[in-house]
Design a protein around this ligand. Structure first.
Ligand code: THU
Length: 127
């Protein structure tokens, strides 16, 4: 699975985004160490704080199916209906959820290149 293929899967997942409040659609494609890929989209709620981001949707889908070892996640987002070509950075909450399962070398693939978890969240909370 190439980085470009993962970005394309993330863009495809964004088509299912439920974003009636923000009009901002996000998709994620999570590559597991065993080769499986889980995708997710953002799911908004009229009680705004209950919104779930695309990255967390993908991670929670994977964990709920027994997969907890990940090597990369691709993220694509932008105004609904746009080409999602501009980089869409994961929010702090999603980075914290990634840090629960992933080391600092976890690859975060955006439309303009790759970062690591260490790049985007160098100091992370851990129990
Ligand atoms: N969003 C994500 O899906 N992932 C992020 O990392 C940041 C934000 C979503 C949440 C909300 O539905 C919309 O983008 C606008 O904030």
């Amino acid at each position: 699975m190439t980085d470009n293929e993962l970005i394309e899967l993330a863009k495809k997942a964004a088509q299912d985004s439920y974003c009636k409040y923000s009009g901002f659609s996000v998709g994620a494609a999570l590559l597991c160490r065993d080769g499986r890929v889980f995708t997710g989209c953002n799911i908004e709620n009229g009680s705004f704080s209950l919104t779930n981001c695309a990255e967390r949707t993908a991670i929670f889908k994977a964990v709920s199916e027994g997969c907890t070892e990940f090597s990369a996640i691709a993220v694509a987002g932008g105004e609904k209906g746009s080409d999602l070509s501009q980089p869409c950075f994961p929010c702090g909450a999603c980075l914290q959820v990634m840090s629960e399962f992933c080391g600092g070398d976890f690859r975060i693939i955006l439309t303009d290149g790759v970062r690591t978890l260490n790049d985007l969240m160098p100091s992370r909370f851990a129990l």
